[in-house]
Design a protein around this ligand. Structure first.
Ligand code: SF4
Ligand code: SF4
Length: 97
């Protein structure tokens, strides 16, 4: 899990812009991560120019849960794309009849 070090955060919002699930909000000019929404992708950790996003003490079960949530989201996204491609294929077949 990740947390924001309020001493380092300058409230630039870059982490928010790069969070795929809108898990970060600003409170009194400091970023805050909603652990219930966070999927653990670590985008915020990579993009923060101040190094203000830090890992909490390691909790392996929590890490695994976050990874699974992230993978589930990726699978759902890919399934949606496949559905869309399948529909395009059907439409083209119908056009060729
Ligand atoms: S990118 Fe870093 S400094 Fe900017 S708001 Fe997020 S945590 Fe704070
Ligand atoms: S780890 Fe990913 S999902 Fe979690 S707050 Fe950072 S950018 Fe958002």
């Amino acid at each position: 899990m990740l947390k924001v070090n309020a001493q380092k955060c300058v409230g630039c919002g870059i982490c928010m812009e790069n969070c795929p699930v809108d898990a970060i909000t600003l409170h009194n000019g400091k970023a805050w991560i909603d652990e219930h929404q966070c999927i653990g992708c670590e985008n915020c950790l990579r993009v923060c120019p101040r190094g203000a996003v830090e890992r909490r003490e390691k909790d392996e079960r929590q890490e695994i849960r976050m990874r699974l949530l992230y993978l589930r989201q990726r699978v759902n996204s890919l399934a949606s794309r496949l559905d869309a491609l399948e529909q395009i294929g059907k439409d083209e077949d119908n056009d060729n009849l």
